[in-house]
Design a protein around this ligand. Sequence first.
Ligand code: PMP
Length: 381
Amino acid sequence: MIYLDHNATTPLDKRVLEAMMPYLTSFYGNPSSLYRAGRIARGAVETAREQVAALVGTHPSQLIFTSGGTEANNLALKGLAATLPVGTVAVGATEHPSVLETVKALKKFGWSVRTIAVDQNGRIDRAALDRMGAGDVRFASIMLANNETGVIQDVASLAGILRAHNVLYHCDATQAAGKIPVDFSSCGAHLMSLSGHKLYGPKGVGALIIDRSVALEAILHGGGQEKTLRGGTENVAALVGFGRAAEIALDELEQRRRHLLMLRERLEHGLNAMPSVTIFAQQAERLPNTVQFGVNGMDGEMLLMEFDRRGIAISSGSACASGGREPSHVLQAMGIEPSLARSAIRVSLGVSNSEQDIARFLAVLQELVPEREAAHALGIG
Ligand code: PMP
């Protein structure tokens, strides 16, 4: 299989599995136990905390482990809503469902939700954000990098606008961490979500970074773990894996970025030669591994299935939205025409992809798009 869906999830790095194995076998102690086996597990959890904190340039004491990006987003948004007077929360129009659905759930508790528009390249409308900030917005959630288009927001400047209005800022950095440099303190956010399985770590593990100045209410009450913000016995092996994956990501960030960019450029060169293809958000700064595009007159889900039949795994948008009939909310927010949005395909590259994978993908795409255009793209029409 040629796997081109790394924004959905990544394979586990062998070095990560190696680091995890002892905690799935020999070292089974509970980190809260006081005897030696417990202390070994506790030590492993704290090392993982240091490793993940280092990836995003923060102090380990500001990091709470969760069961993933979804839980980190829930904890941030529900946790803030529970401590602040009821008011308005602002969210970017292209946020992940784990943010959009969470703020929708806050409506039951009297909160109003305002959506911050994006331009045709998926970038947050700064003037709209500034106007909103001046209202009764208490906190805002704007992602660092979008899972579908790969669009990277200028979060430091958006945080500046929000801070000027005393609005607390949560940043979902799930897709960015491990792909581009992420620095919690210089990005200006009060809260930041991360996930293990987007950076060659295990699934079902994530983290929320919480600035010392921010008070949060727990959503999972229990045995007092994670500074009482997230009760439940720690998933030690998964945390160890997340830590090791973060450590490797930090070490290899530049090398990965260069490799992915080289592949993306090849892919986009091929796509730009096909008249029926429109690359979305091509003018915006994007993740080095992500290209989302529409193919005029085609259906994205149909293309996905055809690629699958030929042993290539791609997405037609976010994995969570696959199977839905509505065109992607991200592309809709960018003002992409619904028929073109329905033809969307997302290719998200990973460290083990090669130039041959790109060549094969382009060859299959040319086989699938209407013949006239394929011939044209190949220079024989
Ligand atoms: N936010 C974004 C931007 C994502 O892409 C994802 C994963 N699709 C999540 C949050 C949720 O992360 P997890 O799968 O770890 O719950």
